[in-house]
Design a protein around this ligand. Structure first.
Ligand code: PLP
Length: 394
């Protein structure tokens, strides 16, 4: 008799987005004629930029002709994509070899798959509130999960203490859901800690493109990170690839544990478990890193940032405390008057027709908070901001 993976029994029901959609569906059924303004899930509203669309079309044409047709591509990425990424890092002073860059179908896939590199006995450390995949993927892999709380006491940016227990450390900066961003000194503290302990940092940089000013976009901007970190990136929010699917993972050649080289192990993993990412998609993704692509995605990000400014203005006028919004596409707001997360969610839905995300869904320490996403259209965001302001000020 086959024994299924019993770790699935240890997963909590993923009630966050299910709970939201159930409540929104009930609301829709009761008020079919009323609009709903969605500031909830983190899907984007801007389309792919012209440079990407053009590259995708060209790659489709390549596949139509015998001379340019591509069958299987290298599992770890086509050279054009891998060097486009190294070029992007080089502009920020980070020197990578193309062999240190692995193409992926997105960060979510990688966050689960990468755990193949580590023994199940290695404990994970997650700063909470957190993107739910860190905890769930670790539990499915049978891993113990320890938590560090991110809250107002540490500006939502927890740091390691001498007695912090961790083998695998999940860091997300800019953070989903809090929007908080680690500075260089803080990341250096994590890098030194990981190197001292022989731990590995899984650095989720899905929102790096939203950073302004002199804050690190990559853990590899921090000296010493090449011997203790893996960076997982996504083009989903940076360049609107949520439905197109492409990301990349950086594993330095220098990263070794227990006499094993993690870069070599990941090559072995990818060549066993994948046959790469579609040639067409990789060509489109490489175009993101051209000068033209960068300029065009900056225009899209600007639209989201203007949404953030609009929402922050509304919250400021209502005296609501929040973090994020400036270097991240999320605003993490305290629910006013000690209201609970779900209670405030209901109020926003029923009184403002606005959907946000209850903070409690990102871990118990998110209770009392609500997350606003700025990925909606400017029109919806404007309407939502006006309604929230009117509701909270009356
Ligand atoms: N990491 C974080 C922090 C995210 O918020 C998300 C998506 O919302 C992802 C990873 C997943 O990105 P992808 O679409 O590349 O799977």
């Amino acid at each position: 008799m086959l024994t299924p993976n019993g770790n699935y029994r240890n997963l909590k029901d993923s009630y966050l987005f299910f709970g939201i959609s159930k409540k929104v569906a009930a609301y829709r059924a009761a008020h079919p004629d009323l609009p709903i303004y969605r500031l909830g899930i983190g899907d984007v509203s801007r389309p792919l930029c012209d440079a990407v669309i053009r590259a995708l079309h060209e790659a489709v044409e390549d596949q139509a002709k015998e001379e340019t047709f591509h069958g299987y591509t290298p599992e770890c990425g086509i050279p054009e994509f891998r060097s486009a990424v190294t070029g992007y890092y080089a502009r920020r002073g980070v020197k990578l070899d193309p062999e240190e860059v692995f193409v992926s179908s997105g960060a979510s896939d990688e966050l689960g798959d990468i755990l193949d590199l580590f023994d199940a006995s290695s404990a994970a450390l997650v700063t909470q509130p957190a993107y739910p995949a860190y905890v769930d993927a670790s539990i499915i892999a049978g891993r113990k999960v320890n938590f560090l709380t991110a809250g107002p006491d540490n500006d939502f940016l927890p740091l390691p203490a001498a007695d912090t227990e961790a083998d695998l450390i999940y860091l997300c900066s800019p953070n989903n859901p809090t929007g908080a961003v680690y500075n260089r000194e803080q990341l250096k503290a994590w890098v030194d800690f990981a190197n001292r302990r022989g731990a590995v940092i899984l650095f989720d940089a899905a929102y790096e493109a939203f950073i302004e000013g002199d804050l690190p976009h990559s853990i590899f901007e921090i000296p010493g990170a090449e011997s203790c970190a893996i960076e997982i990136c996504s083009l989903s929010k940076t360049a609107g690839f949520t439905g197109t699917r492409c990301g990349y993972t950086v594993i330095p050649e220098a990263l070794e544990r227990g006499g094993m080289n993690l870069n070599r192990m990941w090559v072995r993993n990818r060549t066993t478990k994948t046959n790469g990412v579609s040639y067409i998609i990789q060509r489109g993704a490489a175009a993101v890193f051209t000068e033209e692509g960068q300029e065009q995605i900056r225009q899209n990000i600007k639209v989201y940032k203007q949404n953030a400014v609009r929402l922050m203005k509304a919250l400021d006028r209502c005296g609501v405390k929040y973090t994020g919004g400036r270097n991240a596409p999320y605003i993490w707001a305290e629910c006013p008057h000690g209201t609970g997360s779900w209670e405030f969610f209901d109020l926003l839905l029923n009184r403002c027709h606005v959907v946000a995300t209850p903070g409690e869904g990102f871990g118990s320490c998110g209770e009392g908070y609500i997350r606003f996403s700025v990925f909606g259209t400017p029109e919806d965001t404007e309407e939502a901001a006006q309604r929230i302001e009117q509701f909270l000020n009356n």
